[in-house]
Design a protein around this ligand. Structure first.
Ligand SMILES: *[C@@H]1O[C@H](CO)[C@@H](O)[C@H](O)[C@H]1NC(C)=O
Ligand SMILES: *[C@@H]1O[C@H](CO)[C@@H](O)[C@H](O)[C@H]1NC(C)=O
Ligand SMILES: *[C@@H]1O[C@H](CO)[C@@H](O)[C@H](O)[C@H]1NC(C)=O
Ligand SMILES: *[C@@H]1O[C@H](CO)[C@@H](O)[C@H](O)[C@H]1NC(C)=O
Ligand SMILES: *[C@@H]1O[C@H](CO)[C@@H](O)[C@H](O)[C@H]1NC(C)=O
Ligand SMILES: *[C@@H]1O[C@H](CO)[C@@H](O)[C@H](O)[C@H]1NC(C)=O
Length: 372
């Protein structure tokens, strides 16, 4: 009985579920499929893009590039349908234009399909595109400056490809962007100051993107950032003070393996929404103090590895009761580790190696502490 139940909910029938979900979403959102057709210029553009990328609509007619592409699952407005693994490549259409007679393509995803090729200019003929995700392929060539004309884009995600050349300054024209991801590519040069115009940006993922240089001052304007993952980028100079003063909504920051020098700014004390802070590798400059973490009560994940921390081990760390992971290894912390640290309610992983700490381990440790 158990195994039958299991089988009936597994992959082959998931497609039926998708179709049911689609019908449900369709009846709710007035997708007048009978009368609405895709704008012909967009059909041509999509077909041309897919031809260049040697790509077809997914098998089993989930949607269609032989007939009208705004068909089947492409009409659903549910993220669970658009993001489903079987529905890949995927498009989403909005068919409410011109009194429900015209469909425009609003989303395009070609994810992890081993595709090769470049970013084609035909994308400009999808003027309603809000979402472009082509991560984890073998796409190459530049990120062309015409990308700056795709003015409705809210999400641009091209990570894990082989793109090269500079990041075009025109990217700063995409005022609707809330998520930008171009990590794990072979870009060169520095972050264009124009990206500081992206006021709506909430998520920035640029780990291992190939860039270097200083973080532009204009990034002080990016007040809505919640997530910034920028590890393994050859940033130079200091970690900017403005991060602590202006990025006050920040919840997750990763700066591991950069080339920063100097201190961790004391302004970081303002970042009280942080749940995850990872900084690793500050090589030059004076020593940082840990005073700034006192207020960061929501931290679950704190990694400050090899960042020139000195002084006596700060006992106030035990007040960060949400901490699950604490890594302060490869610093110059001295003194005794408070025994309360080993008994913190949520702490699972503790790394303090390569410091100058002294004292004995306590007799007891917290239940959750697994790795030390
Ligand atoms: C795809 O188009 C063909 C006509 O070319 C049509 O018969 C079929 O039903 C379409 N599939 C979907 C999912 O709409
Ligand atoms: C929109 O379509 C409906 C029925 O399809 C029709 O009754 C209505 O007059 C149309 N409105 C306009 C502005 O064309
Ligand atoms: C950034 O913070 C500084 C104060 O530290 C302030 O003068 C400036 O206006 C802020 N910039 C933005 C865009 O909020
Ligand atoms: C927090 O930010 C404000 C500006 O918004 C600044 O004046 C203050 O010095 C910052 N706090 C710390 C501890 O740096
Ligand atoms: C800290 O977390 C709690 C619970 O998730 C939340 O209610 C609170 O707003 C957070 N504090 C900040 C400053 O984000
Ligand atoms: C870390 O500590 C170990 C043992 O004390 C030592 O052998 C090693 O050289 C240290 N590594 C660094 C990078 O300081």
């Amino acid at each position: 009985m158990m195994s039958r139940l299991k089988q009936s909910s597994s992959s082959p029938c998931f497609r039926c579920l998708l179709l049911i979900m689609f019908l449900f979403s369709c009846s709710k959102t007035n997708c007048a499929r009978k009368v609405a057709t895709t704008a012909p210029s967009e059909v041509r553009a999509l077909n041309s893009i897919f031809q260049k990328w040697d790509t077809q609509a997914p098998k089993s007619n989930l949607w269609n590039t032989t007939g009208d592409p705004c068909s089947g699952l492409a009409l659903s407005q549910l993220d669970s349908v658009f993001e489903d693994g079987d529905n890949n490549p995927a498009i989403r259409c909005d068919c409410t234009f011109d009194n429900n007679t015209v469909c425009h393509i609003t989303r395009l995803r070609v994810y992890a399909l081993n595709k090769v090729g470049q970013i084609p200019e035909e994308l400009l003929d999808l003027p309603y595109l809000e979402f472009l995700k082509i991560d984890q392929n073998f796409f190459s060539g530049p990120l062309p400056s015409f990308i700056g004309k795709m003015s409705k884009l809210g999400l641009l995600s091209i990570a894990h490809n082989a793109f090269s050349g500079p990041i075009p300054k025109e990217l700063g024209n995409l005022k609707e962007l809330y998520l930008l991801s171009f990590g794990s590519n072979d870009f060169s040069g520095t972050l264009p100051p124009e990206l500081g115009n992206l006021h709506k940006l909430q998520e920035l993922y640029i780990d291992s993107c190939g860039l270097g240089g200083e973080i532009p001052e204009t990034f002080a304007n990016l007040e809505n950032l919640e997530t910034v993952w920028a590890s393994d980028v050859a940033f130079t100079g200091k970690i900017p003070d403005f991060i602590g003063n202006n990025w006050t909504k920040l919840m997750s920051l990763r700066f591991e393996g950069n080339s920063f020098e100097g201190l961790i700014p004391s302004s970081f004390a303002n970042l009280t929404s942080l749940t995850s802070l990872r900084i690793g590798g500050i090589y030059d400059g004076s020593s940082s103090s840990l005073d700034f973490i006192r207020n960061l009560k929501n931290l679950t994940d704190l990694v400050l590895r090899n960042v020139l921390l000195t002084g006596v081990f700060p006992s106030h760390i035990t007040e960060l009761q949400s901490l699950q992971k604490l890594d302060l290894s490869f610093n110059s912390l001295a003194g005794q580790v408070p025994s309360a640290l080993f008994n913190m309610r949520n702490l699972e992983n503790l790394f303090l190696g390569n410091n100058s700490l002294s004292g004995a381990f306590p007799m007891q440790k917290g239940e959750k502490l697994q790795t030390m």
